[in-house]
Write a protein that binds this ligand. Structure first.
Ligand code: GLU
Length: 486
């Protein structure tokens, strides 16, 4: 049973959360984590997880930038309820709210000119006062403005007292109301400000919980003023529960930025991280449940709560992510991994063979690119391209041994790891050589590389015919020329 302990609003209302990314060209992993937390919270409480695309910046909000967000969420398996809400399509409603506030005397027209405001700020700067709008039109009659002068609509915020938020993560936070100036709701061209749009959308979407990055905590104090001012005007403006999640920092303790490496969900996908890894990593980055490290989707839904969210910033640790990815790769279904690897390898890849090889391949890889690289030998065509290191192993002595190995393996009817191992061990003993010494040139001949899965696994995966053909291709190079001249 889901608990309501951190759901004060949920006593009488079903939980509705929202994730509200702005299209920027990529889905920042910090944002993705906020989305994950919002989604998990709603799922945990059997509520609704809504998605709102904050696409009011027309230049940045291209379809491509929006698709990056939608693709990233889909890849992470975060399915939101209903269609996404597009903020840009709701400008009329935002303006309507501003007009209602104006009519009710909760907002007012401000005719201050840009020059006037610049001067006001300059004076505040000189007097070392905080820079905020001084309310000069708050009590003035609009008729005092010149005929047809442009105006903005500003909210009337309380002049005294304080605004308190019982944040579900940060605890009790408050500001002196004098710090909240009469901010703009509608610009002179009639377009809504971000501060207005966010809160109107949150309320119209019926959000009970606003879970987002703590860089928005200051906005919450302002957005609350709009909510409170609207309470006497329209129904449905109930204060939501706020939960402001500390940001992610890099391993040096500074706020995560480009210089720390990849920031976008898509980057991690391209690095060969599995979606379940990133899901779990982002979950654990800032939330914990005892010392449990890995959660299935179902466990995460069953256990997620806001009480478990850390109050301090979390540190992104690439090494930990890669180790976790290795664990998830080893647990993942072979056919699924084979399908992902096949895409990376290209049309020559054979999914069935990859699936068969997967138990061997996946024990080594920490990401899907490494895994695909490790599998590539299976699909090489003869003559194999050799790495420089591999080529250097194939001197005349080694090639002569490969001829011997070929002859022995030709007669091997039991093409299994055990039989092949017994066979080559016997040969190594005859030569009074370690098996490793024998395996090195053999690996070079079979894979063109000096690293690969275990040599007997390689032989079995390639099969007798292909193995012998690859060995012979290397073994014959020197002997063939001897035969021809002899
Ligand atoms: N669109 C904002 C962002 O991407 C989030 C706004 C909010 O969550 O209130 O940072």
């Amino acid at each position: 049973m889901a608990s309501n302990s951190d759901n004060p609003a949920g006593a009488d209302r079903p939980v509705v959360t929202r994730f509200a990314p702005s299209p920027t060209g990529f889905l920042h992993i910090g944002n993705a984590r906020t989305g994950l937390f919002s989604w998990l919270y709603a799922r945990h409480h059997g509520g609704k997880a809504l998605l709102r695309i904050e696409d009011t910046d027309k230049k940045r909000s291209t379809q491509e930038a929006i698709d990056v967000i939608l693709d990233g969420l889909e890849w992470l398996g975060l399915e939101f309820d209903g269609e996404p809400v597009y903020q840009s399509q709701r400008a009329d409603r935002h303006a309507e709210v501003a007009m209602k506030l104006l009519d009710a005397g909760q907002a007012y027209k401000c005719f201050a000119t840009p020059e006037e405001l610049a001067e006001m700020r300059e004076q505040q700067r000189a007097a070392k006062q905080p820079m905020r709008y001084d309310g000069r039109w708050r009590d003035r009659d609009p008729s005092e403005a010149p005929e047809g002068a442009p105006f903005v609509v500003r909210i009337k915020t309380p002049e005294g007292g304080e605004t308190v938020i019982e944040d579900a993560v940060q605890g009790r936070v408050k500001v002196d109301n004098r710090e909240i100036d009469d901010f703009i709701l509608l610009r002179a061209d009639g377009s809504p400000t971000y501060m207005l749009a966010v809160v109107v959308d949150d309320m119209d979407m019926g959000c009970t919980h606003i879970i987002r990055g703590d860089d928005h905590l200051n906005n919450a104090f302002r957005q609350l003023q709009v909510i409170r001012a609207m309470q006497g005007i329209e129904d449905g403006w109930d204060e939501p529960v706020y939960a402001h999640i500390p940001l992610i920092h890099g391993n040096d303790g500074a706020k995560l930025s480009k210089r720390h490496g990849a920031l976008g969900v898509r980057d991690y996908r391209e690095m060969g991280i599995l979606p379940e890894t990133l899901f779990n990593y982002l979950l654990r980055l800032g939330w914990g449940h005892g010392d449990k490290e890995e959660f299935t989707r179902e466990e995460a839904i069953a256990l997620f709560d806001l009480a478990g969210v850390n109050k301090g910033p979390s540190r992104f640790d690439m090494k930990k992510l890669l180790n976790m990815n290795g664990n998830y790769i080893r647990q993942a279904d072979d056919a699924r991994l084979a399908a992902i690897a096949a895409k990376q390898i290209g049309p020559q890849a054979d999914v069935d063979l990859l699936t068969k090889a997967m138990p061997v391949l996946k024990t080594r890889a920490r990401d899907m690119n490494e895994l695909a690289d490790g599998a590539a030998f299976l699909f090489k065509t003869r003559p194999l391209e050799m790495t420089e290191k591999a080529a250097s192993l194939l001197d005349d002595e080694a090639r002569a041994r490969l001829s011997q190995i070929s002859a022995r393996l030709q007669g091997e009817s039991d093409w299994t790891i055990e039989a092949l191992e017994a066979n080559l061990k016997a040969y190594a003993e005859e030569l009074e050589l370690g098996l490793g010494k024998l395996a090195q040139p053999l690996r070079a001949a079979l894979t063109g590389q000096t690293t690969s899965p275990g040599i007997f696994d390689v032989l079995v995966l390639l099969g007798k015919e292909e193995s012998l053909a690859r060995i012979d291709a290397q073994a014959q190079t020197s002997t063939a020329s001897v035969n021809e001249t002899g």
